[in-house]
Design a binder for this molecule. Structure first.
Ligand code: UDP
Ligand code: MG
Length: 337
């Protein structure tokens, strides 16, 4: 994989659009992107390309993506061999990009193309390397989810040298050197929000409110969110391990004090065999905490294992490229990998 790694990319902007079962909304999004790229071309002389990454959809996302007209920008359609998840789809787009700068944008229309111009201006006019959007607020979300997000970022950034900005989304623009830096990250386990702030350079936050989904349903459920959270936590922070040690220490101290008290009671106060409850409670607490801590350690070991295996993050099944202004190269072809 990484066919395009190390290659010198042309000056311009690649818009990477991950799409999982987005067939119904893709044509509308494409029209908007064509308008966007036409404006970027006319106003800034910026060459653009759109890469649709079909992440193993069950509908005809790829078929549609590979027939969308390449009017004002080149269009690539790439289909992964199965559903690898959004992070892998983003990586595939990053690898396939033929232009230097990268704009990540969801395929469900929730990321307004109009805002993309603002991001481009931050990059070109103000020389920022990473312009990332972040939710302005979470007021419309369920309270439990808000609370979950709060705790997640608290733990994630506990003691971190390069804190990951709260509520940052995947809708972001990377300058060529930032995109190159991202490609150099060797790890298998990808958490783009974290990685793209970890690389440094000049970063800027752009608050926005995502539009409601126009069609289809969000592909995230509680399990997927929990999965990504654990992924993010264990990739970027040793805080859970540290919290585990702290918890262990706290329990040991408590147990020591409690033990001293029991000895004092038996020897000095002369009380007989009292505390059946205290024994049971003690055993349960220690057992529970040990299981919890083992689980935390297990997460990190699983991570080490998957890094060791060095498996590719995705495989490409099919790919097509149409260049703007050229009519006849629209046939999907097998990827040469
Ligand atoms: N997506 C993907 N692979 C997946 C799940 C999602 O490529 O396994 C894409 C999806 O098509 C969309 C983007 O990732 O373009 C964000 O997904 P979604 O809208 O479900 O998430 P949300 O907007 O709720 O965070
Ligand atoms: Mg969405």
């Amino acid at each position: 994989m990484n066919v395009n790694q190390g290659m010198k990319r042309a000056e311009g902007l690649t818009i990477v659009v991950p799409a999982f079962n987005e067939a119904s909304g893709l044509p509308a999004l494409h029209r908007k992107l064509m308008q966007l790229t036409a404006r970027l071309r006319d106003e800034r002389g910026l060459k653009c390309e759109i890469v649709y990454v079909d992440d193993g959809s069950r509908d005809d996302t790829f078929a549609i993506a590979s027939t969308l007209p390449a009017e004002t920008a080149d269009v690539q359609a790439v289909s992964l061999s199965r559903n690898f998840g959004k992070e892998a789809a983003l990586l595939a787009g990053l690898d396939r990009a033929r232009y230097g700068a990268i704009l990540f944008m969801d395929g469900d229309g929730q990321h307004p193309p109009e805002m993309a111009e603002k991001l481009v201006s931050l990059w070109q006019d103000e020389h920022y390397d990473v312009a990332y959007t972040a939710k302005a607020n979470r007021d419309e979300e369920p309270v439990a989810r808000q609370l979950f997000a709060k705790i997640f970022y608290r733990v994630l950034n506990f003691n971190a040298r390069a804190p990951i900005p709260e509520d940052a989304g995947d809708f972001r623009l990377l300058s060529p050197r930032a995109a190159d830096a991202l490609r150099q990250m060797p790890e298998r386990n990808r958490f783009f929000k974290g990685l793209s702030s970890w690389i440094g350079f000049r970063q800027i936050r752009v608050p926005y409110q995502p539009a409601p989904r126009a069609h289809g349903a969000s592909n995230w459920n509680l399990r997927a969110l929990l999965g990504l959270s654990i992924e993010g936590l264990t990739s970027f922070s040793a805080a859970p391990l540290r919290i585990a040690s702290l918890l262990g220490m706290l329990l040991s101290v408590t147990a020591f004090l409690f033990g001293t008290w029991i000895l004092f009671e038996t020897i000095v106060l002369g009380k007989g065999v009292p505390g059946y409850p205290s024994v049971v409670v003690g055993i349960m607490v220690i057992g529970g905490v040990q299981l919890l801590v083992l689980g935390v350690i297990g997460e990190y070991i699983a991570k080490i294992l998957s890094e060791l295996k060095r498996r590719p993050n995705y495989f490409i099944a099919e790919a097509s490229l149409r260049e703007a202004g050229k009519a006849e190269n629209s046939k999907p072809r097998e990827a040469a990998e």
